[in-house]
Ligand binder design. Structure first.
Ligand code: ATP
Length: 529
């Protein structure tokens, strides 16, 4: 065996018997994980299984109660993130840590400056290194570009470049594809394979089983803090992985059944909306949703979907147009008035609009109803009713938390999302507006939430579903509206729509419809040229 082959077969990283306890939960229960050189190792597990905790232990953000970490066979103690980085361990976060006003190269260098004297940074040398690294790994990035002007996928590459600049040999990516388009996902996978071929090790956390099967060399599944199994992609299936994760068989595709459509509930006419920079990103949207119908909006992120939804719900002022709810003009209503008018809302950014993380779980469950009976008795809070309702929702929506009293920030990402969903779904609604309702959720929770959405529809609620997951839009929607550059460019029947066709409409806005051959022209109703 060559020296390289020997090193290749040795684990670059070993985590042995890692145990981490928090009040009321064992987040990691004697976890063993080994990652080889040049390997893409996927970490799978349901929401709250302990994946992030294990990676926080590796990155020095959480101190384990038991267990050891070995790097290239040597036992190490990681004092904190800077110590981890110094040892070649880097983390690419979901919420990027980039400075929008700085250039790509400046962002990469920031915090790891090359010193050419006691105080001066040799920027030229550093920038040249950034360019060389970007070229070597085929990053499609202009080092001079301002990071704020880059797409989400490009900003993520800046984060990866930052890690490489710091000589990361072990890279942890926590749900890197949750915010990416399918094309960007493909690009990031190509990049990860190049990094692995260069001898680096990658730990990849994802809830998307088909992605894990596509990109990983090995998969470790954890459930409730314990390692449940290890598989290679060739010897397993999505179904088996789902069952390992959740502990029961999971339906991976939703059965939307037949919708019984009633009267028009939501009518949007000529709605014009600007973004934070006052650019009119929605120059006039027209939509209609009937009772008992799910309208899905398909579109590449950043095509005005967020602004449209925020204007609809009263979180953003519209520049013009009209919104009617069950015949009543609700244009310009505040979020609270919309809520009282019978509108439920699951926001895309749960931290900004959905939750107050420093509040206990029970308070977040009544965030939009605390001032109403039974939760308020005159000016007083009815704590007994609040806690009783919280206990029911935690049970019904399977929110994994030691109790309703814990601070919401301590819940895993997926369980925070379930808190928002429980609050918004658990009452009678005329309209339910869902923005990325299953982002970050495990397959079991997605199955559950999809069933809840269908049940709401069947109870006569009109549902607006915005999702970056094209498969979700295709599976769930009775009708699909494709949004491109702020306009609804096409509306299709959800049952007959073809994935390639919708993808093409999303990417081109329909300018290229001549190449769409799969569907008869009659099913594409062009609402705007
Ligand atoms: P998800 O897929 O939802 O992100 P996860 O597998 O990453 O889930 P973790 O975030 O590791 O899950 O959470 C594991 C458990 O540890 C959860 O029960 C969570 O509530 C608990 N936990 C994590 N961090 C803390 C903390 N700082 N304080 C208290 N409990 C915590």
């Amino acid at each position: 065996m060559t020296e390289d082959a020997v090193i290749g077969s040795l684990p670059a990283l070993e985590m042995r018997g890692i145990t981490k306890r928090y009040p009321g939960v064992v987040a990691n229960d004697h976890i063993d994980l080994d990652v080889r050189r040049g390997e893409i190792h996927a970490l799978l597990g349901e929401n709250g299984a302990g994946k992030t905790t294990l990676m926080n232990v590796l990155y020095g953000l959480a101190r384990p109660d038991e267990g050891t970490i070995l790097l290239d066979g040597q036992e190490i103690r990681i004092a904190g993130p800077s110590d981890a980085i110094a040892r070649g361990i880097s983390m690419v976060h979901q919420h990027f840590m980039v400075v929008p006003v700085l250039s790509v190269a400046e962002n990469v260098i920031l915090g790891a400056e090359t010193m050419s004297g006691p105080v001066f940074v040799d920027r030229r040398k550093a920038a040249a290194r950034v360019v060389a690294l970007a070229q070597r790994f085929g990053f499609d990035l202009d080092p001079e570009a301002r990071v704020g002007s880059l797409s989400v996928g490009q900003q993520q590459r800046v984060e990866i470049l930052k890690a490489l600049y710091r000589d990361a040999r072990i890279l942890v990516l926590d749900e890197p594809t949750a915010v990416l388009t399918p094309q960007e996902t493909g690009e990031i996978f190509t990049l990860l394979r190049r990094l692995a071929a260069d001898g680096r090790s990658i730990v990849f956390i994802s809830h998307k089983l088909y992605e894990v099967l596509e990109v990983a060399d090995r998969i470790t599944v954890i459930r409730r803090g314990r390692v449940i199994g290890e598989r290679r992609p060739g010897e397993t299936t999505e179904e088996e992985l789902a069952e390992l994760m959740v502990g029961r068989a999971v339906e991976l595709t939703a059965d939307r059944g037949v919708s019984r459509v009633g009267e028009t509930v939501l009518r949007v006419e000529g709605l014009r909306v600007a973004d934070d920079r006052r650019h009119e990103v929605v120059p006039g949207a027209d939509l209609e949703i009937k009772a008992g119908e799910i309208l899905g909006i398909a579109g590449v992120a950043g095509n005005g979907q967020d602004e449209l939804v925020q204007a609809l719900i009263g979180l953003r002022r519209s520049l013009g147009g009209k919104v009617t709810l069950a015949g009543r003009d609700v244009t310009g209503f505040s979020p609270r008035r919309m809520n009282e008018a019978g509108v439920g809302y699951v926001p895309g950014d749960r931290h900004k609009f959905g939750l107050i993380l420093s509040f206990p779980v029970y308070d977040n469950l009544i965030l939009t109803s605390y001032y109403r009976p039974p939760f308020a008795r005159g000016p007083l809070r009815n704590d007994a009713a609040i806690l009783e309702s919280a206990a029911t929702q935690i049970e019904r929506f399977d929110i994994r938390t030691p109790s309703a009293q814990v601070t919401t920030s301590t819940l895993s990402g997926g369980n925070q999302q379930k808190v928002v969903v429980a609050r918004e779904f658990d009452r009678e609604l005329k309209l339910l507006v869902l923005d990325q309702p299953t982002r970050g959720l495990d397959v079991g929770s997605i199955e559950f939430i999809h069933r809840q959405i269908i049940a709401k529809r069947d109870a006569g609620t009109a549902v607006l579903l915005v999702s970056a997951e094209l498969d979700e839009v295709l599976e769930m929607s009775d009708r699909i509206a494709v949004m491109y550059r702020g306009r609804i460019v096409a509306q299709l029947d959800g049952r007959t729509a073809d994935k390639a066709e919708v993808g093409l409409l999303m990417a081109t806005g329909g300018r290229d419809t001549a190449t769409i051959t799969a569907t008869p022209a009659a099913t594409i109703e062009e609402t705007r040229a």
